[in-house]
Ligand binder design. Structure first.
Ligand code: B12
Length: 235
């Protein structure tokens, strides 16, 4: 009997998804789906949540909370690195399924470059940001984890970049972050290139001043607001 289950199973007819209540998904349920490697059900529930809200709200909310639970269980020793890796791997596959459809608009929007600074391995937040900016009409080049500042600078110098978003987590990455900001400034030359910082390091007081960036975002909603504020007017 399905009533005994702690959650509802996906409807057989996909049209029924539109009627799914938004409160079906909890961070606990999502974390358990991810750690079980249940890509299909996790993707279905997240897709339904996005349909009932916005992508940024779902990623800033239930998705982040679910991964916080994964982190807490990992740190407390309840789950091992194996469980954390499976949850992260499943989430990466789910996010691939949830990618916004590519449209002609997404190829001609202003270019935003995203990167994890040298030494940084957390990439899930960057992928979430990539999708939110793509939905908002940006063309996004997500350069991924652990990008040396010289390579970032070379890319910025070669492309018509309109926004740079850099990510880092731990305090030891502060120097890499500052190096990356300086490298982007030099590569941008006379162009006023807005630089945004995100990731867990964004919670450190004074990180904007210490790195010389233009903005710091604690979540995707703030990142989107920064991107919109600095978006070049359509010519
Ligand atoms: C998954 C994970 C990993 C995976 C990452 C896999 C991957 N491909 O990304 C792996 C195993 C690689 C990893 C490694 C490590 N991790 Co880790 N990890 C996590 C975990 C469990 C989830 C992170 C995540 O993806 N969350 C989901 C996303 C959606 O949420 P988010 O990261 O919070 O991002 C939100 C915002 O910050 C923002 N955002 C995120 N990125 C960006 C970027 C930009 C530019 C902008 C604008 C916004 C933005 O949008 C998101 C949505 O709101 C967290 C636990 C936690 N509390 O978050 C620990 C955590 C981040 N890790 C931590 C640590 C300590 C490590 C290691 C040092 C562990 C170790 N001893 O090796 C290494 C460091 C590796 C490195 N050199 O970078 C600590 C960091 C503590 C700190 N900052 O002081 C945490 C908090 C765990 C903990 N409680 O201790 N980790």
């Amino acid at each position: 009997m399905t009533d005994d289950l702690p959650f509802r199973l996906p409807p057989v007819a996909s049209a029924a998804n539109a009627n799914m209540p938004a409160d079906v998904l909890s961070p606990e349920l999502l974390a358990s789906l991810l750690v079980d490697g249940d890509e299909e059900l996790a993707a279905w529930t997240l897709r339904s949540a996005i349909a009932a809200s916005t992508r940024a709200a779902v990623y800033d909310g239930i998705l982040r909370d679910a991964m916080r639970l994964v982190g807490e269980n990992w740190r407390s020793g309840r789950w091992s690195i194996a469980e954390e890796h499976l949850a992260s791997r499943t989430l990466l596959a789910v996010l691939e399924q949830l990618r916004p459809a590519t449209t002609p608009r997404s190829r001609i929007g202003p270019l935003a470059v995203l990167a994890g600074v040298a030494g940084e391995q957390h990439t899930i937040g960057l992928i979430c940001l990539e999708q939110v900016l793509t939905d908002d009409g940006w063309t996004v080049a997500n350069l991924g984890a652990d990008l040396p500042d010289t390579d970032l600078a070379g890319y910025v110098a070669r492309q018509q970049v309109m926004l740079v978003a850099l990510s880092a987590s731990e305090e030891p990455r502060l120097n890499s972050l500052t190096d990356a900001v300086v490298a982007v400034r030099v590569a941008g030359g006379m162009r006023p290139l807005p630089i945004l910082i995100g990731g867990i390091i964004a919670y450190q007081p004074g990180v904007k001043e210490r790195t010389g960036a233009d903005g710091v975002a604690l979540d995707l909603a703030q990142a989107l607001a920064f991107a919109r504020k600095h978006r070049p007017a359509a010519s």
